[in-house]
Design a protein around this ligand. Sequence first.
Ligand code: ADP
Ligand code: MG
Length: 247
Amino acid sequence: MISTHQLRKSFGEREVLQGIDIEIQQGQVAVLIGPSGCGKSTLLRCLNLLEQPSAGEIEIAGNRLAFTPTTKLPERRKAEFRSKTGMVFQNFNLFPHMTVLQNVASGPYLNGLKSKAEAHETANRLLQRVGLTDKADLYPSQISGGQAQRVAIARALALDPQVMLFDEPTSALDPELVGEVLEVMQGLAQDGTTMIVVTHEMGFARNVASKVIFMEGGVVVETGVPNEVLRQPQTDRLRSFLSRVEH
Ligand code: ADP
Ligand code: MG
């Protein structure tokens, strides 16, 4: 469903992604772990074309893009490719001047994918799915961080992506609000949503992930099923990382 081949990204002289090969099948949940600064966010941002890779290939749902340092993609092609992924950020990034319902409905409506009525119908269904039907008419400032993140998830789902990308979705939350967001994500996983999740929540990795990918210094160091990767790390680098995070 989503794969990369020798994906590279440099910022100036610094190569932050140094040839990443990953492969995630339809319906799989990949949890991406690794120390701060190892390139996790950059990888997700490349998959979503928020950053343009310097080299290598990305394939999502049969659609393949190859990059060189001078690749210049037409905006239309970028938008088309970007629409295959839904991204959820650490800080929610909701539109403050829109209600919860408008936040979720605006994407498909503005993209011309749906009429206003259809977009609202979809938004109501998605708010139900994340358990926020009663918050539809509130503004982001009037809800909790956990609720805001669930709205952000609904908003990403509204565009009907093939793959959901989560970049530390619970890192900005008070500890008591983490569970409700993980629960929604677990629900998506159970419904067969293909997901890549950057998180330090090792419980989520153990219980929900089909695959764990450990990155360090811009390369994938280990990858495999959670039981093996988290219980029997093969490298000192992963052993050392795991001993530093709670699990
Ligand atoms: P992680 O998400 O694993 O913590 P990032 O992907 O955010 O790591 O960052 C990897 C490295 O790339 C870091 O050293 C960071 O400073 C650098 N980096 C990320 N984005 C940019 C950018 N836009 N310009 C320059 N350097 C960047
Ligand atoms: Mg990051």
